[in-house]
Write a protein that binds this ligand. Structure first.
Ligand code: CP
Length: 306
């Protein structure tokens, strides 16, 4: 039985098959409409979510299956002190596959060790968010036509941003990838990413503080939100939260075929006047999240459709 804790759980070849399946689902949704009839997805979310939980649920419903679950820790028996290990043993009796989000890093991994159904990490603290990465890779491959030969600007909260950490891990496996890491000093990528992931794998990267310095070089600009929930100190959050605001003026510095991505939700970091720019890909990205989660459910449940 296969779980998904990190994007690296899938080889490049497996990832390629998954993304190709997601593209086929996008083109031929009816072909997959009954693929999971009689199967149930449990969404166990101990932390808030709109896209991840609802796109997982939409994915299973689109496949003809059913969904059950909880959307806050308070509405589950976690509020009475139940452990994640006990919860997943019970959920394994009720569902065929589980997507779990948890504020504690490693909690979905602990669950997977006690589970008798596939467990998908739907985001664990500041650690990993592999299905966002699958969404991002599908978006990049579909809109840019490739996953290699790209300069990617990652902007905003690179310290706590789990989507950024997962995306870096996934993209370094492709040739000729270069990163521009755009953040204030306090929100730079953790040193283990800089040293053990980028430098160790000889992936070229540059760290800059000003978005304007990077704009003209980028094939992809990946904006992120400064996450209030990850700060211990409200004053630090207030100081950082509007550090970057992408607007029309900054977009004028970018290549004509650059795309702007964002895992969403956004707060102020992308001005709404950018939404109508043809290079704004973040809502399309959210749509790709449904196709790729459908492909993931089929893959982990070993359902094949002819
Ligand atoms: N991108 C993302 O994880 O969004 P949600 O927090 O709404 O699930």
């Amino acid at each position: 039985m296969q779980h998904l804790m990190s994007p690296l759980d899938l080889s490049v070849e497996e990832l390629d098959r998954l993304l190709t399946l997601a593209n086929d689902i996008e083109s031929h949704p009816q072909k997959y409409a009954h693929a999971c009839e009689g199967k149930k997805l449990a969404t166990c979310f101990y932390e808030p979510s709109t896209r991840t939980r609802l796109s997982f649920e939409a994915a299973m419903l689109n496949l003809g299956g059913s969904v059950l679950g909880f959307s806050t820790a308070d509405s589950s028996s976690a509020a009475k002190g139940e452990s994640v290990s006990d919860t997943i043993r019970v959920i394994s009796c009720y569902a065929d596959i589980c997507a779990m989000r948890h504020p504690k890093e490693g909690a979905p991994l602990v669950a997977s060790q006690k589970s008798t159904i596939p467990v998908i990490n739907a985001g664990d603290g500041g650690h990993q968010h592999p299905t966002q990465t699958l969404t991002d890779l599908l978006t990049i491959r579909s809109l840019k036509g490739r996953l290699d030969n790209l300069t990617i600007g990652l902007c905003g909260d690179l310290k706590f941003g789990r989507t950024v950490h997962s995306l870096i891990h996934a993209l370094i496996r492709y040739p000729n990838i270069r990163f521009m890491l755009i953040s204030p000093e306090e929100l730079r990528v953790p040193s283990y990413i800089r040293e053990d992931v980028l430098r160790k794998n000889q992936v070229p990267f540059q760290e800059v503080e000003r978005l304007e310095e990077a704009m003209g070089q980028l094939d992809i600009l990946y904006m992120t939100r400064v996450q209030r929930e990850r700060f211990f100190n409200e004053d630090d959050y207030v100081r950082m939260k509007d550090f970057y605001i992408l607007n029309k003026k900054k977009m004028a510095l970018a290549k004509e075929d650059m795309i702007v991505m964002h895992p969403l939700p956004r707060v102020n970091e992308i001005s709404v006047d950018v939404d109508d720019d043809p290079r704004a890909a973040y809502f399309k990205q959210a749509q790709y999240g449904v196709y790729v989660r459908m492909a993931l459910i089929l893959t982990l449940m070993e359902v094949s459709v002819c």
